[in-house]
Design a protein around this ligand. Structure first.
Ligand SMILES: [Zn+2]
Length: 197
């Protein structure tokens, strides 16, 4: 299990980015039917699938919110003023839809109170897109794109100052991570979660 040094310093926050070896399940967590959207849901109960969407917010202590990825970026958010937290699934579609900013808005957070950690996902080293996708991500040509950097820039532009980018590529590190692009349908999924204790 990997953690963010930035989030680890926050009292009362528990979080983790699983590797392919972590063996954690979502059974005791709130989860989503992920659809590569900008949709945000609030976990109204402690466990099970809350519905279709790509960001899940916990507004009370004790509720772990979780998402699953294998190349898409997991992003975990904590609001140190309200104690609300969120788990965000950001592939290119979610990133283009501004899912991480939608989550902060729905949390009712002031950007200055947000601590954000961008976990392992496909890196710029291994992620090449066509013109149509590039344009939706605000680029003007086909080629390599840096999803983590685009999300970091979105957060910064919104006024978030505390951002940790783990900078780990799921495609490069087969020993550590599942990668949908490398393993196809055989790829497992890695859970990322956050909760206030
Ligand atoms: Zn790579």
């Amino acid at each position: 299990m990997l953690t963010s040094k930035l989030l680890a310093q926050l009292p009362g926050i528990e979080h983790g980015f699983c590797t392919r070896h972590s063996g954690l399940t979502q059974d005791a967590m709130a989860s989503l039917k992920q659809i590569h959207s900008g949709l945000v849901l609030v976990a109204e109960r402690e466990r099970g699938c809350i519905g279709e969407g790509d960001a899940l917010i916990a507004t009370v202590p004790g509720v772990a919110v979780s998402i699953r990825t294998a190349d898409c970026l997991p992003i975990l958010l904590a609001d140190v003023r309200t104690g609300r937290v969120a788990a965000v699934h950001a592939g290119w579609r979610g990133t283009a839809a501004g899912v991480v900013l939608n989550a902060i808005e729905r949390m009712g957070s002031r950007p200055a109170d947000i601590y954000a950690a961008i976990g392992p996902g496909i890196g710029m080293c291994c992620y090449e897109v066509g013109l149509e996708v590039a344009q939706q991500l605000g680029e003007d040509r086909a080629g390599k794109v840096d999803l983590a950097e685009i999300n970091r820039t979105q957060l910064e532009s919104a006024g978030v100052q505390h951002i940790d980018v783990l900078g780990l590529c799921t495609f490069c590190s087969a020993d550590q991570f599942w990668s949908y692009r490398r393993e196809g349908e055989q790829a497992g999924r890695m859970i990322s979660y956050i909760r206030v204790q």
